[in-house]
Design a protein around this ligand. Sequence first.
Ligand code: TYM
Length: 374
Amino acid sequence: MKSSRFKVTPWEVEGEVDYGKLIRDFGVSKLDEKILKRIEKHAKELHLMLRRGIFFAHRDLDWLLDEYEKGNKFFLYTGCGPSGPIHLGHLGTWLFTKWLQDKFDVELWFQFTDDEKFLFKDKSYEEIQKWTYENMLDVAALGFKKGKTHFLVDTKHANLLYPIAVRIAKKITFSTLKASFGMTNEDNIGKIFYTSMQAAPAVVPSVLAKRNIPCLIPLAIDQDPHFRVARDVYPKLGYYKPSVIHSVFMPAMSGPKGKMSSSEVNSAILTTDSAKEVENKIKKYAFSGGRDTIEEHRKLGGNPDVDVSFQYLRFLFEEDDKKLERIEKDYRSGKMLTSELKKITIERINAFLKEHQKKREKARKEVEKFLWKG
Ligand code: TYM
């Protein structure tokens, strides 16, 4: 999707995204009060990313919940494109996925698209393999349920994925992909096939069980276009269309334009950053909604809506709505300075990363157990 002001594709997010426009252009539905109530009824609470509108849209979630209420359990499917280090934006999506797994007690299929990143990035096959392993450590560290979580690596699990992908690929034309992703005759042919690989895991459990099982895909909205293309295909092959739940993007350090991305080192906080690196990055690069001088800030107040440190607290790092509200109020009124706000954010992120990094080390022994062995 490209408009004059912003662009959202699975490989590029540029400009200030208008999510209302994306809802209309992608043809997704807003997560409204009614559907949030339905989720809350089953989960007994709402995750902060639902309460705060960070997950904001869906496809066919009503249908998925209808099926769940009839006793037809769904499975979760999400993934990671391994081409560099993991950042906080990825983690938000996956921590929400973990919450869904815990609350609904369901299986998770997690795809590592090493083929995608090799085809789309100017990196060697060997480097992509290194990142696949490194990224798996981060995912394993999040504490997904063992025995109910299955990692698929595209080139390693080709025996399972490829027969499904070719069936999907046969029903997608090059002109559809050109229209959806702006591909041209100069793009390598692997890129053209790739959408069918990302579409495949949405039916893997149905293929294995030889019966249709509903699927829910949590993602940030950049990944939706693959499924928009593939959703027309699944019923033609006799499968359910997967449901999707979409989040907005965690902003880059530089502010509300674009998204946090590991291809720009200073735009992102990485899971492997040291406490000192986090502190330096936030102090130096985190876009501030504060005023130019302390006097002005005290008088006119700051703007938390664009302040990146505040947004990180809102996305993930301040669970308590009341505390978040107080920080917002104090910053808006000028009572809290940018330096004070940054200090809170640095402390929160570093407390989280300290634990995450310990679990990430332990995951070296566990990652094997998550890999699908079927
Ligand atoms: P990748 O590795 O680019 O991103 C992994 C997941 O993180 C989300 N994401 C973000 N969420 C919030 N804020 C951000 N700044 C941010 N940056 C990335 C992505 O939307 C994604 O959900 N092709 C995929 C891998 C994949 C996949 C899937 C993703 C394979 N199957 C199924 C979602 C669902 C990729 O390269 O994701």
